[in-house]
Write a protein that binds this ligand. Structure first.
Ligand SMILES: NC(=O)c1ccc[n+]([C@@H]2O[C@H](COP(=O)([O-])OP(=O)(O)OC[C@H]3O[C@@H](n4cnc5c(N)ncnc54)[C@H](OP(=O)(O)O)[C@@H]3O)[C@@H](O)[C@H]2O)c1
Length: 308
C-alpha cells in the first residue's frame, strides 16, 4: 500500500484527503515508479475542481493529484522501451494515477532517464513546465537577437522560458510582481513590474516596434493587455489561455513525448536551466504546496517530496 493525496468529489481544497492505495500495476505502456518528487502545477487544482471534464471526467474516484514526477522505476510495462527497473526517471502521469503519492504510474512514451547531477526535485519540473517552455520556444522559432516578452516570467513556465530563450540568444523582457525583480534579472531578462502603472506603455517604450515574440503564461485581462505589444498577432502564444486565438495569437502546441523531456533534462545537466525550486513539501503537507500554486503567485516551482 502507498499513501496518496486526492479527492472523491470535484471541488475546492476542502475535498482533499489522504488515502492508502495498493501500488498500481503498470499497463503495457506504463512504468511503476517510487516517487522522489512530484511537480505541483496550476492544472492540478483545475482538475480537482472538475473544470476540464474531457481530461478527468471519466477517471474513477478517488482521483489522485499530480501529473508529473521523478523517481525510481519499480516495474516496466511490456511495450515500454529504453527503461529498466532501478532507473532514475522523470515523466508524465498521463495515466491519471496521480503523482502526489509514494508510488505512481508514468507513461513510458513520456518518461526518460534523469542525467546524473540533476536532483529529482529539479527533474520533477521537466515534464510539465520545462517541456512547455521548450515547446513554446520551438513553436516561435525566433532567431538569435530577436526580442521576446514573457508575460508572467516569475512562475514555473515563465522562469524556464526566460532561461531557455536566453540560451538561444534572444533578448528577453518579462513581467512579474515587484518581489520577483531579482529572480527575473538573475536570468538576464529585463524586468517590468506589471503593477507599476500602465504596463503596455512601459513595454512599448522598451520595444517601439513590438516584441518579435510574446509568450503569455497569465491569460485573461493580462493577456489581452500584452497582445498590443506583439510585433504581429501570430507572434503571440499563450501556454494557458486558449482564448488567445480571438486575438489572432495561438495556443502552445504541446508534444508530450520523451524526446522533449530528454532535451530539457540535458539542458539542466549542462547548467543552462535552473527551475528555481523554491518550495519542497513533504507529502503530508502537499495541500499547502497546492494552495501556494493555487494563489497564482508562487515563485518558480513548488514540488512535493514524499521521502521527507
Ligand atoms: N498547455 C500546457 O501544457 C501547460 C503546461 C504548463 C502550464 N500551463 C498553464 O500555464 C499557466 C502558467 O503555468 P505556471 O506553471 O507557470 O504557473 P505559475 O507557476 O503559477 O506562474 C504563474 C505566474 O503568473 C504570474 N502572474 C499572475 N498574475 C499576473 C499578471 N497580472 N501579470 C503578470 N504575471 C502575473 C505570477 O507571478 P507574480 O507573483 O509575479 O504575480 C506567477 O508567477 C497556467 O495557466 C497553467 O495551467 C499549461
Amino acid at each position: 500500500m502507498s499513501k496518496a493525496l486526492g479527492y472523491r468529489a470535484f471541488g475546492g481544497p476542502e475535498v482533499l484527503e489522504f488515502f492508502d492505495r495498493p501500488d498500481p500495476s503498470p499497463g503495457p505502456s506504463e512504468v511503476l515508479v517510487r516517487v522522489a518528487a512530484a511537480g505541483v502545477n496550476p492544472l492540478d487544482h483545475v482538475l480537482r475542481e472538475g473544470l476540464i471534464p474531457a481530461m478527468n471526467g471519466h477517471v474513477p474516484f478517488p482521483q489522485v493529484l499530480g501529473m508529473e514526477a521523478a523517481g525510481t522505476v519499480l516495474a516496466v510495462g511490456d511495450d515500454v522501451s529504453g527503461l529498466a527497473v532501478g532507473d532514475r526517471v522523470a515523466g508524465l502521469a498521463l495515466t491519471f494515477a496521480g503523482t502526489y503519492a509514494e508510488t505512481t504510474l508514468l507513461l513510458g512514451a513520456a518518461t526518460t532517464r534523469v542525467p546524473d547531477g540533476v536532483p529529482e526535485t529539479w527533474a520533477a519540473t521537466i515534464p510539465v513546465a520545462g517541456t512547455t517552455a521548450l515547446d513554446v520556444l520551438d513553436q516561435l522559432g525566433l532567431p538569435a537577437g530577436a526580442s521576446l516578452l514573457v508575460n508572467g516570467i516569475g512562475g514555473g513556465v515563465g522562469i524556464a522560458v526566460a532561461q531557455l530563450a536566453r540560451d538561444r540568444g534572444l533578448v528577453v523582457t518579462g513581467t512579474a510582481s515587484a518581489g520577483k525583480r531579482e529572480l527575473v534579472t538573475g536570468t538576464g531578462a529585463r524586468f517590468v513590474d506589471y503593477a507599476g502603472g500602465d504596463v503596455v506603455e512601459r513595454l512599448r517604450a522598451l520595444a517601439p516596434d513590438g516584441f518579435d515574440g510574446v509568450v503569455d503564461t497569465v491569460g485573461g485581462e493580462s493577456l489581452r493587455a500584452v497582445a498590443a505589444v506583439a510585433a504581429a498577432p501570430e507572434a503571440l502564444v499563450s501556454v494557458g489561455d486558449p482564448s488567445v486565438a480571438e486575438l489572432g495569437g495561438v495556443p502552445v502546441r504541446r508534444r508530450l513525448e520523451r524526446a522533449g523531456i530528454e532535451r530539457v533534462a540535458a539542458l539542466m545537466a549542462g547548467g543552462r536551466l535552473d527551475p528555481h525550486v523554491t518550495g519542497v513539501y513533504p507529502l503530508a503537507r502537499a495541500q499547502e504546496a497546492l494552495a501556494l500554486v493555487e494563489s497564482r503567485h508562487a515563485v518558480g516551482k513548488v514540488v512535493i517530496d514524499p521521502r521527507l
